[in-house]
Design a protein around this ligand. Structure first.
Ligand SMILES: Cc1cc2nc3c(=O)[nH]c(=O)nc-3n(C[C@H](O)[C@H](O)[C@H](O)COP(=O)(O)O)c2cc1C
Length: 177
């Protein structure tokens, strides 16, 4: 017997205007950010560094900055953060800490972000610590968070994106509709 599945859709009465802001050194967060922007749908902005974290020296600097909770400057965004209902923010895990470009962005933007959803990727462990740390830098609490392993994101980033977007829009709807 074939049974019809009842899927409860999250359909906000008003479409939230959303932006995805992320930093990615090796492409994983870019993949996830692009999926989130497609699924939501949302505008998207990659944080561009003043000084690159690429290569072996960049890797060393990334670890040093994350360990000592340093912020790294990024170029100004094209978007005006205040114009968005929801801003998704994504970071790689560096030594179980927030990447320095995202730390810089969060410190500079905290007052301008109304509602956020946070995501982080890691190779194995630490993305949970990163979303918790990001939430600590920001006020108020995030609508939703996602801590993802790189292998899962590379396999199918749309699966994680859909889950984060569903929980984020659901929480936004409850809070603001
Ligand atoms: C300096 C540095 C430190 C890292 N530390 C961790 C870590 O503590 N735990 C972990 O699982 N992955 C760690 N990683 C791996 C990245 O978090 C992981 O590859 C992530 O998905 C990269 O995202 P991106 O491709 O968007 O830059 C580290 C990577 C770098 C460059």
């Amino acid at each position: 017997m074939v049974r019809a599945l009842h899927v409860e859709a999250v359909i906000p009465q008003r479409q939230a205007k959303a932006l995805v802001v992320f930093f990615s050194r090796t492409g994983t967060n870019r993949l996830l950010a692009e999926s989130i922007a497609r699924v939501c749908p949302a505008d998207i902005e990659e944080l561009r560094e003043a000084r690159s974290h690429a290569g072996a020296l960049g890797w060393l600097r990334s670890g040093y900055e994350a360990t000592y909770r340093l912020a790294s400057p990024t170029s100004p965004l094209r978007s005006r953060l205040e114009a968005y209902d929801i801003v998704f923010v994504g970071s790689p895990t560096w030594n179980r800490a927030v990447s320095s470009p995202v730390r810089g962005f969060l410190r500079a933007s905290a007052g301008k972000l109304k509602c956020v959803a946070l995501f982080a990727t890691c190779a194995e462990h630490g993305a949970e610590d990163v979303v918790a740390e990001m939430a600590g830098i920001l006020q108020p609490r995030p609508l939703a968070t996602l801590a993802a392993r790189e292998a899962e994101v590379r396999l199918n980033s749309d699966v994680q994106a859909r889950e984060l977007v569903r929980r984020t829009l659901g929480a936004w709807q409850i809070t603001f509709e």
